[in-house]
Design a protein around this ligand. Structure first.
Ligand SMILES: *Cc1c(COP(=O)(O)O)cnc(C)c1O
Length: 487
């Protein structure tokens, strides 16, 4: 027995002997791992599946730990039953509705359920679609608003449509404006207002404003923008001037928070001026990355010209998406969560996340060195800045926490408040009470070490915009180190 093992180890794993005894040959001694595998050129040769899987897995160990990633709003854990369903549906292209009619039906049911959750006046005339995330959803909603504006203004040629929003918008709104030729009009932040100011927004509105955006859960601080107040102010503007300007609500995070923990908040289709809403299924919808939703309060708000009918997959299939092919598994997983959790389940989870966020906030505030910028009645997010004299800043603290594996980003706030640097902890499913207690204790220890002159191994994150890697031979700054890239 012993000899045959030795033989197998020494054998060329690609040869006959190797194939027969493949399971005995240790990966790390195999030929594949002693020969160079090209990193940037297209490889000439095949490599055994087991070996290549090991190689990639090893390399991915250098990534951060998903469970300790408190930078992201995006889901990093789902139930094993959902994992299994997703694996089974990896191979289904969602756009093949004729071949996979039941998957299409499931997506439609999700839209119906969301229309119900967001108080659409008539769930049978509300429309919506699954998207890859809120970014795609926002591009679609923005296009519908632009087309609506054109319809209302037949003499639109030569005029530039504009959209009014806080300077705290997520980067996808800047993309929408640039990609689709809409002038972005930003309401500036101030030293103590980090979300949209209603009066300031109204001042920017004119006859070419396609919409005012209200964010349910600012990416920067987690605060909700005052959407009901904005709606009343636009009503008043209409009475005064006749301008009838709709609201789009960017509820990327809050769409799956407010309905469950702040059910009395008026922000959704209950406000007549809210024409469309986007939300990210992969944030507090609790699905792995790759799903978002956009909904319109009724069909008349979605211009027919934007809907394409294709027949080359069989049948007539209307689509309104930027992508054609996409995976089905995230949509199936969203449906799983809706059926599995229902209102009660989501409420339990979100209530517990809020309790954790409040607890972390109180503990950190009690250290006497932080000021809280987040509020407990919005997203379960803890956003803090250092106050008083310190020999270090939040970027150093973020780097020091990274030594323990915690990923807690530091960044500057939006323009005009950009001299304020903050630390943000997004409380998601997976950050339980035990882990939260370790986090607070590690923050305290990290601050003590920094006070004593300890400097983290990792340089403080780059504070400038990173560029898209060209031919990536060197390490380029990662998304999480970019001040503007909060997601
Ligand atoms: C995350 C986020 C987005 C972008 O959503 P994706 O689903 O990541 O594309 C847009 N707006 C807000 C407010 C967000 O928090």
């Amino acid at each position: 027995m012993l000899t045959s093992k030795v033989k197998a180890t020494n054998a060329d794993p690609r040869g006959d002997a190797g194939e027969r005894n493949e399971f005995l040959s240790p990966i790390y001694g195999s030929r594949e791992l002693t020969e160079a595998i090209p990193r940037y050129e297209f490889p000439d040769h095949e490599v055994q599946p087991r070996v290549v899987a090991r190689l990639i897995e090893d390399e991915l160990n250098l990534d951060g730990n998903q469970a300790l990633n408190l930078a992201t709003f995006v889901t990093t854990w789902m139930e094993p039953e959902a994992d299994a369903l997703m694996i089974k549906t990896f191979g289904k292209n969602f756009v093949d509705a004729d071949e996979y009619p039941q998957t299409a039906e499931i997506a439609d049911r999700c839209v119906n359920m969301l229309a119900d959750l967001f108080h659409a006046p008539d769930a049978s005339t509300a429309v919506g679609t699954a998207t890859v995330g809120s970014s795609e959803a926002i591009h679609l909603a923005g296009l519908a608003l632009k087309w609506q504006w054109r319809k209302k203004n037949p003499d639109y040629r030569g005029r530039t449509p504009n959209i009014v929003m806080g300077a705290n918008v997520q980067v996808c709104w800047e993309k929408f404006a640039r990609y689709f030729d809409v002038e972005p009009r930003y309401v500036p932040m101030t030293k103590d207002r980090f979300i949209l100011g209603v009066d300031e927004a109204i001042d920017l509105v004119d006859q070419d404003t396609i919409a005012v955006v209200g964010i349910l859960g600012s990416t920067y601080t987690g605060e909700y923008e005052p959407i009901a107040e904005l709606s009343s102010a636009l009503d008043e503007l209409e009475r005064r001037t006749g301008l009838d300007v709709p609201i789009h609500v960017d509820a990327a995070s809050g769409g799956f928070v407010a309905p469950f923990v702040q059910p009395d908040l008026r922000w959704d289709f209950l406000l007549e001026r809210v024409h469309s809403i986007n939300t990210s299924g992969h944030k507090y919808g609790l699905v792995y990355p790759g799903v978002g939703w956009v909904l319109w309060r009724d069909q008349s708000l979605l211009p027919e010209e934007l809907i394409f009918h294709v027949n080359y997959l069989g049948g007539d299939h209307p689509t309104f998406n930027l992508n054609f092919s996409r995976g089905s598994s995230q949509i199936v997983a969203q449906y799983y969560n809706f059926l599995r959790l229902g209102r009660d389940g989501y409420t339990k989870i979100l209530t517990s996340l809020h309790a954790t966020a409040r607890w972390i906030s109180q503990e950190l505030e009690a250290l006497g060195r932080f000021e809280l910028l987040s509020t407990a009645d919005s997203l379960p997010v803890v956003c803090l800045r250092l106050v008083g004299e310190s020999s270090f800043d939040v970027f150093d603290l973020s780097a020091a926490l990274r030594e323990r594996g915690w990923i807690v980003p530091a960044y500057t706030l939006a323009p005009n408040a950009s001299d304020l640097s903050v630390l943000r902890i997004v409380v998601r499913e997976g950050l339980g009470a035990d882990l939260a207690a370790s986090l607070v204790s590690d923050i305290r220890i990290a601050m003590e070490n920094l006070d004593q002159g300890h400097r983290p191994l990792e340089p403080a994150p780059a504070r400038s915009e990173a560029v898209i890697p060209k031919v990536a031979k060197e390490r380029t700054p990662t998304a999480s180190t970019k001040s503007r890239n909060v997601c």
